[in-house]
Design a protein around this ligand. Sequence first.
Ligand SMILES: Cc1cc2nc3c(=O)[nH]c(=O)nc-3n(C[C@H](O)[C@H](O)[C@H](O)COP(=O)(O)OP(=O)(O)OC[C@H]3O[C@@H](n4cnc5c(N)ncnc54)[C@H](O)[C@@H]3O)c2cc1C
Length: 148
Amino acid sequence: MSGRLLVVGAGQAGVQVASSARELGWDGSITLIGEEPYAPYTRPPLSKAFLKGEASLESLALRSAAFYTEQRIDLILDEQIAHLDLDGAEAVSASGRRWPFARLVLATGRNRVPSWLTAPTSTASWCCAMSATPGFWRDAWRLSPTSS
Ligand SMILES: Cc1cc2nc3c(=O)[nH]c(=O)nc-3n(C[C@H](O)[C@H](O)[C@H](O)COP(=O)(O)OP(=O)(O)OC[C@H]3O[C@@H](n4cnc5c(N)ncnc54)[C@H](O)[C@@H]3O)c2cc1C
């Protein structure tokens, strides 16, 4: 596939889908956008080693900086996607930047089902939602246009 694969949400699920897409042969660009200012990190140690001061945030990184370069994954931090322009196939960030996409993955986490998913996108085949948690995946899939 060519064009841009846009992954919104740079958590465990977002990083994995970007990585797997490249591994499985996505030829186009891959853009991974996260609203947090930190490079993608694993969360479980936050309430364990990190809380006890035994691990730094840097040590929790899911992937090295070199990984994103080598895999040609454009990692964009500190950008929150606030709106989807469905007609134009673009995501729009709170800062006003527009991100055209050929395929879109919403990996925004269990408790952050975007209201965009309920938009009337019954004819769209380019969007799916995922999370590292099965419950979210089940709920999001029910709402996602790819399930119709
Ligand atoms: C403190 C803590 C401890 C945990 N411990 C464990 C454990 O011991 N075992 C276990 O199995 N699980 C644990 N978990 C749960 C585990 O971390 C989650 O299941 C996992 O992080 C889910 O990954 P995700 O990528 O689906 O979602 P998330 O990790 O929530 O990532 C989603 C990302 O999307 C970003 N985002 C959301 N909306 C937007 C937007 N509009 N634009 C741009 N970016 C956006 C969010 O900021 C976030 O970075 C823990 C979680 C926490 C917080």
